[in-house]
Design a protein around this ligand. Sequence first.
Ligand code: NCD
Length: 319
Amino acid sequence: MELRHALNTNQFNLQNLEYLCSLADQLRNEADINNLANKRAMLFFNQPSTRTFLSFQSACHLLGIKTSEIRDPSVSSEAKGESIEDSLRTFASYVDLIIMRSPTPGLCEKIANMLDSTPLKVPVINAGSGPDEHPTQALLDLYTLKRSMRNEGGITSKTICMVGDLKRGRTVRSLSKLLTHYLDVNLIFCSPVEFKIKQDLRETLQQANINFIETTDFKEAISQSDAVYMTRIQDEYDTQDNLSTIDTSKYHLKYDHLSILKPTCKIMHPMPRRLELDPKIDQDPRAQYWRQQRNGMWIRAALISFLLDETRDFDFAFQ
Ligand code: NCD
């Protein structure tokens, strides 16, 4: 399959990551980037979203792209028993790009394959696929790390600590995979044992030869890190495993912890936050999570303009 979609983090390498980040920098510095005014995009969000939806919508509007949306399947033909494949094939008749969030891992790949077998080869962007992947969140996290560390030698040789529900949080999975492309990065995964990373991610990181440790020692982990990436407990995926009864308060970043963080530590969170990130920290110059949101709009604009650029070089971009 010709890779013209953004479906998972395996599609990215150092070269295209660096390219997209520099394209995002370039777009935010240009006065007029409204050059895709003849294009239309469909936002199909079948799972709750505030930031990602608005970020994609804003990115499209910055580029001049007109958007339509379905956020509630109960008001579309899915409620009449239409398959998701037929619904998305219908959208492809009207638009030049499909951006989709769904609770089903692998659905984006399935839809992209299906569309590639039709005359309407519309690019698909994964805006979150269940507990599996969230590639554009990873792009914006990486872009934020790069920008915030640009006077500190960039991402190379940095220690990045991920905290929270590492088992079901898709943002941690996707960001960890992108970080394997940067030299000498150390990852610390800090969580209660019940929320440790899944074995498939462990294996991917081992194969990529990236240094990582798993720990329950929150204070030790955050004090030695150049970035602390906080995440919430993903209790929408709770089953009968009683994970919701586990006390995670030991893994909350509180105002008092600021004194043990490195003076240049980047504090990040994909949002939405709950108790794991104290709002009193918002005023600290090390907090990056509001910048992350702004950066998200620009890196998504870069990705969209790249995917819709009919002159782009696929071989360079996605290997
Ligand atoms: C994240 C997600 O949806 O995975 N949110 C987001 O897209 N910014 C994180 C979360 O919901 O916890």
